[in-house]
Design a protein. Structure first.
Length: 310
């Protein structure tokens, strides 16, 4: 009986660890990193299949590490105890339900980060010392985001976009090709702006709880109404990258595929613009869901457009 209870407890800790990685949202990282593989292909650079898989794996591990560190920090700081969770914010709730899994979550985060370092070291040896800059910046963002950057409003806004946009697209493109590309830079602006909007909007339901534990991100500074409007502006800016990039001769015509989602953009931005300080979760959560779907759909169509252009 004791052995069976031990096995059940062990399985429970591993399930809590898996939930803490927020697997439902990890698709974002491969969609961003996949853009680097496609920009390399579009420039005629032969990319080995194993290198493509390593880039995608590194992005996935980095995203999982951020989520795991975030879950561990929020549990340890007491934030989880006062946060009202939604399907898109407030964490997974795995550690409050099983506190004994906290050490395992921290070790899993460190292991994921170690995997990123190993893969990054391989590409650093292959493609040159300039990749070290991307690597150090990426590691800094993963480690410092929850504990440090959430106290600095503008850095907290920009950090996720830089991680998923600049580092996962431009950095991975250089890892695969050995050079920086204006095409990759232009493409990276779309996920950079979209992910900044995503994280800003997802912080809105947590404003009160985050303020109580001393955080000071931009959603706290701006309030619900202005944070929602800024998120809308960032989303519109992301879609304007395509015509601007096309006029500059940087993006292929097939990237206009993302504009198939223009009706959703108009609907979402209109809804965000009408948010008020008095609106509660019931008014906000549906827009969080629309935003997540728009983000993933846009990045999927951008990948498809680059693939068709090649």
């Amino acid at each position: 009986m004791d052995a069976s209870r031990c096995d059940a407890s062990c399985r429970g800790r591993w399930r809590a660890c898996l939930r803490s990685a927020r697997p439902n949202f990890l698709v974002l990282a491969p969609l961003c990193a996949g853009l680097s593989v496609l920009t390399a292909r579009l420039e005629g650079v032969p990319v080995a299949r194993v290198d493509s898989l390593l880039v995608l794996l590194a992005a996935l591990l980095a995203h999982a590490a951020v989520n795991l560190f975030n879950e561990h920090h929020d549990f340890s700081s007491g934030l989880d105890a006062i946060t009202r969770r939604t399907p898109f914010s407030g964490g997974s709730g795995a550690l409050p339900a099983r506190p004994a899994a906290a050490p395992l979550v921290w070790r899993a985060a460190a292991a994921c980060l170690g995997g990123v370092v190993v893969i990054g070291g391989w590409f650093l040896w292959r493609s040159g010392p300039w990749l070290l800059l991307y690597g150090l910046l990426g590691l800094g963002l993963v480690v410092a985001y929850t504990g440090l950057l959430t106290h600095r409003p503008w850095l907290c806004l920009l950090a996720p976009g830089l991680g998923f946009g600049t580092l996962m697209v431009v950095g991975a493109h250089q890892a695969l090709t050995g050079h920086v590309s204006s095409l990759a830079v232009a493409v990276s602006l779309v996920p950079t702006l979209l992910v900044c909007a995503l994280l800003l909007l997802n912080q809105v339901p947590d404003i009160d709880a985050d303020r109580r534990v001393g955080r000071r991100h931009l959603a706290i500074v701006l309030g619900r109404r202005r944070a929602g409007r800024l998120a809308g502006v960032l989303i519109v800016a992301a879609f304007l990258v395509v015509p601007a990039g096309g006029l500059a001769g940087l993006l292929p015509a097939t990237t206009w595929l993302i504009w198939l989602l223009l009706p959703v953009v108009v609907w979402l931005v209109h809804g965000l613009w009408r948010l008020s300080e008095a609106d509660g979760e019931a008014a906000l959560v549906p827009w969080l869901g629309v935003n997540v779907a728009l983000q993933l759909g846009t990045l999927a169509l951008l990948n498809l457009g680059l693939w068709l252009a090649g």
